[in-house]
Design a binder for this molecule. Structure first.
Ligand code: ADP
Ligand code: MG
Length: 448
């Protein structure tokens, strides 16, 4: 393939990944080699390569294939490629800062407002805390730490805070960005020797919101910088809002001092959705779609069916509804249960995925750092027996298997042993908050 073909492929990629992602991640790639089914690109940093590999390698591969250059693998090696130029240098912005200067945050989704956020039991605390922050009054807890599984509304709530603040307190400088963007800007500042400007900029905001902070785990210099930024803002009594996919204490490779700082404020959990919340969300979206696809009829029971069957996350639920409306309007039919079952067969099937006892044992063993073989083995040491009981408990809770069946999967143990294990955990749950946290996390990992 020539660089010209790569040029064409890149044009296709703009459409696929969007202009912003393209400029940040694809444009800087330099094709350096194409041989033996491997396309190799030069990238500016190791992190950059990892990120592109994880997020865009499949797109690149499929576009290469459509351009008549199929490859088995795309590789990224640190080379002469440059980091993309920022659209506007934060440094310059800082030096001559007009009152309404734009902060280098991520764009906000206009749909993610408090009005469009459906409140239910699983998210009521998170919602109330976010509302409080959005009032823009004196800081009462710092930071607000929101955590929960994928698609449960963390980003939605953060954007809602930003929207609300921009109407209530337009004078406040509110900066929302992902932890990844934070890191990216920091690396860029290092490279361009503008670290002082970076520091000044981040210390000049009134409200800082960093999404998906688990991302900086293991990235040492970024963690360090984050920690200092965080402390500086807290010292000035500026509000900070953080989100992550798990509780501060559960984030691996995050420095202890950061964990403990993150725990200092209010830590709130977005629980997995329940049926009522899912139905509420569907009803709200349907009102919205009705206006868009006028005349479309949705039969009784369809929403209830979806709320029952699609329990993974809200994003999937929304996707299902979007597809259903698009399809029904295309073929001009009423949305019935049959239509829903046909049109959403794949989503319904994957939602149905049965959790196995094996998977539970593996995740629990991983979590407690013991061997998988110890799950079924005979060891009675507390450090092994307790995780084993946790796995028994979860197997009982999360699968339809009977006690004897579970016993067989735990190395042929008797059903009374399983029952004892389950009871033991139930008993401990009443007093042991660490155990409760463990269970919550494991549940989420298993059901996510
Ligand atoms: P997260 O950041 O936790 O992964 P998002 O905030 O991106 O999840 O939410 C995923 C999608 O689900 C978004 O489109 C969001 O608007 C929607 N969503 C999640 N929770 C709710 C809710 N309670 N009410 C309305 N929409 C929701
Ligand atoms: Mg998010």
């Amino acid at each position: 393939m020539t660089n010209e073909t790569w040029g064409l492929v890149r044009e296709e990629l703009i459409k696929r990944v969007g202009k912003n992602n393209y400029v940040t991640w694809i444009e800087p790639l330099k094709l350096s080699q194409l041989r033996n089914g491997v396309a190799r690109f030069e990238v500016p940093t190791i992190f950059f390569g990892d990120w592109v590999q994880r997020n865009y390698a499949d797109h690149i591969r499929s576009q290469l294939a459509s351009a008549g250059t199929p490859v088995d693998r795309v590789e990224f090696a640190v080379g002469t490629a440059d980091l993309p130029k920022p659209p506007k240098s934060p440094a310059k912005a800082q030096r001559s800062r007009p009152a309404d200067e734009e902060l280098p945050g991520a764009p906000l989704d206009a749909r993610f407002t408090f009005d469009s956020f459906v409140v239910g039991k699983p998210n009521e605390l998170a919602h109330a805390a976010a509302r409080r922050v959005a009032e823009g009054g004196p800081v009462t807890f710092n930071p607000l730490f929101l955590y929960g599984g994928v698609g449960l509304g963390k980003t939605h709530l953060m954007h809602a805070i930003a929207h609300e603040l921009s109407t209530r307190r337009p004078e406040l400088r509110v900066l929302y960005l992902s932890a990844e963007q934070f890191m990216y800007r920091f690396v860029q500042a290092l490279r361009e020797r503008q670290v002082m400007d970076f520091k000044e900029l981040f210390r000049s905001v009134d409200v800082l919101m960093v999404d998906d902070v688990q991302f900086i785990a293991g990235k040492d210099s970024t963690q360090e910088e984050f920690f200092h930024t965080f402390n500086a803002l807290v010292d000035q009594n500026k509000q900070i809002v953080i989100s992550a996919d798990r509780a501060p204490g559960e984030i691996k490779d995050l420095e202890e001092r950061i964990k403990s700082r993150l725990q200092c404020g209010l830590v709130v959990d977005l629980h997995p959705t329940d049926y009522e919340l899912r139905l509420g969300i569907l009803q709200q979206k349907v009102d919205y779609y009705r206006a868009q696809y006028r005349g479309l009829v949705i039969a009784d029971g369809v929403l209830e069916f979806l709320a029952h069957r699609i329990t993974t996350n809200v994003r999937v639920l929304e996707g299902a509804l979007t597809r259903l409306f698009a399809f029904a309007s295309l073929v001009g039919r009423e949305i019935t249960l049959d239509l829903a079952q046909d049109c959403l067969a794949d989503i319904l099937r994957s939602s149905d995925r049965k959790l196995t006892i094996e998977e539970i044992q593996r995740k629990v063993a991983e979590h407690y750092n013991i061997r998988l073989s110890d799950m079924i083995g005979p060891k009675r040491l507390r450090t092994i027996a307790r995780p084993r009981q946790v796995a028994m408990y979860l197997a009982k809770q999360l699968t339809p298997r009977s006690l004897p069946e579970i016993g067989r999967r735990f190395g042929g143990r008797d059903h009374t042993t399983i029952m004892h294990g389950v009871r033991k955990i139930e008993e401990l749950m009443a007093t042991d908050s660490q155990l409760n946290d463990d269970l919550q996390l494991l549940r989420r990992l298993l059901q996510g």
